[in-house]
Ligand binder design. Sequence first.
Ligand SMILES: [Fe+2]
Ligand SMILES: [Fe+2]
Length: 240
Amino acid sequence: MPEPSETLRVAAIGDLHVKEDHTAPYRELFGEISRDADVLVIAGDLTDLGKPREAEVLAEDLRACSIPVIAVLGNHDYECGCEQEVTNILRQAGVRILDGQAIEIDGVGFVGVKGFAGGFGRRMLGSFGEPAIKAMVAEGVNEAMKLENAMRQVRAKRAVVVLHYSPIVETIEGEPLEIFPFLGSSRLAETIDRFKVSAVVHGHAHRGCYQGHTLGGAAVYNVAQHIEKPTGKPYAILEI
Ligand SMILES: [Fe+2]
Ligand SMILES: [Fe+2]
């Protein structure tokens, strides 16, 4: 067992879906998390419709957070086409929004991309037929490549991967089978398994389940706030 001082306590939550008419929706929770963890990771769907006003409401609540905050965007954060503005507002509030980058905090590397849909295993969508299908597959491949490039930047011995879409099926089980291909892609897991990873967190599947593994053995956690977690709270605590 590592000494406590060598362990980073990472709080992880996803799918905040902040709306513009919400009043301080997460202020209290962020205060609690700051007392409970060393770093907060948010796995996308920060806002409900990707509106700058929603990002401002979240940015205001993040003032209650006194620990470093790392996040990726989710599909909801793209809905209005204002994802750059949403990113800027949150970056100004001190959030490290990752989109294919790696950062290091206290000896732990954090790597983040949104990821994309596409399906799993042998049933993954292939690049065949109409240009629209090929474009969809290309988007998934592109996200996996961004993840790979970011992983190569990690110098730390411990690494946490932050995604919005799921890299595996296990943590989306509980969702309707028909939408599995829209909840993530094995391409992300294939990339993850080329590296040594301490933990992977994702959101997006509000009705999935908490824990699973990639084929290569990397621990994967669905940290969407709706998911039941060992903490009994909307956020997970990972000792990295
Ligand atoms: Fe969500
Ligand atoms: Fe989502």
